[in-house]
Write a protein that binds this ligand. Structure first.
Ligand code: BTN
Length: 274
């Protein structure tokens, strides 16, 4: 059983800002909400809030994020970006790239065992199944940032049977590696990768982060079927966009060439297997 305490994390942290102040709760509602409240109190950038269990964990598109207690990395980080709020999308993709890099580094047979990818927009997959999800939420003051909360959940030590009906679409690090995985090692690596990517963003260097994200994206060139959360068809049913994923626009929208030969831009949604 590996230790997962602020002291253990601190002793292995190599960052300058991210995680220099850590709070770890045995149980929380949502760590994103705790960081938001801390930001509103004026807490400095880099605060990391972790939970062993969330009773109101949130996922993308208004969904719940459920994880068994004591086995995952459930983390939210307070950021105070200096770049334009129009580039908010880069915060989420930098987290996806940081987790992707961490998985590559964990690969038990150096390039042979793990095949991490990113599924548009920001699900991190391991050998084709979701291992991590990201939810960034920002507040603005006029045209400027007030702050951004970057939350992510990584399935670390979950047994296959625990996924129940999600077994075919979700996985964990221990499930792929066949043994328990040290959460401190995973978290400290993600924070270190994230800090270097975030520094690039703060310096206006978006291209490098974008290129790495695109390189890891498994969606381009694929036939896709996307549920658009906010759109509905004439009968009030949730709208689906089907076709081939062509590219991602600079704002993160996925451009899909539909069967009718029309290009459709999708800003948010879920890519389903076709
Ligand atoms: C997704 O739907 O894929 C995003 C999931 C994000 C979950 C993380 S867990 C830590 C943080 N707190 C939350 O309530 N959500 C995020």
């Amino acid at each position: 059983m590996y230790d997962y305490t602020p002291e253990a994390i601190n002793s292995r942290l190599t960052t300058h800002t991210l995680g220099r102040r850590i709070e770890l709760y045995r149980q929380a509602g949502s760590t994103n909400d705790l960081v938001r409240a801390a930001a509103q109190r004026g807490e400095a950038e880099g605060l990391v809030i972790l939970a062993e269990e969330q009773v109101a964990g949130r996922g993308r598109l208004g969904r719940r994020w459920v994880a068994p207690p004591g086995c995952c990395v459930l983390c939210s980080i307070l950021l105070r970006p200096r770049f334009s709020p129009q580039e908010a999308f880069y915060i989420t993709i930098s987290a996806a790239v940081a987790i992707y890099r961490t998985l590559k580094a964990l690969d038990p047979v150096a390039g042979g065992g793990f095949a991490p990818t990113i599924k548009w927009s920001n699900d991190v997959l391991l050998n084709g199944r979701k291992v991590a999800g990201i939810l960034s939420e920002s507040e603005f003051s006029g045209r400027d940032w007030a702050f951004s909360v970057l939350g992510f959940g990584i399935n670390v030590n979950i047994e296959r049977a625990q996924f129940g009906e999600l077994q075919d679409v979700a996985t964990s690090l221990s499930g792929e590696m066949g043994h328990e995985v040290d959460r401190v090692g995973v978290l400290t690596r993600v924070l270190s990768e994230l800090e270097s990517l975030y520094l690039l963003l703060q310096g206006g260097q978006f291209g490098q982060v974008y290129a790495e994200w695109i390189g890891a994206l498994e969606t381009i060139g694929r036939r896709v079927s996307i549920i658009e959360p906010s759109a509905s068809d004439d009968n009030g049913k949730v709208a689906r966009v089907e076709g081939t994923a062509l590219r991602v626009d600079p704002d993160g929208a996925l451009v899909v060439l539909t069967e009718a030969g029309v290009e459709r831009r999708v800003l948010a949604g879920d890519v389903l297997p076709r």
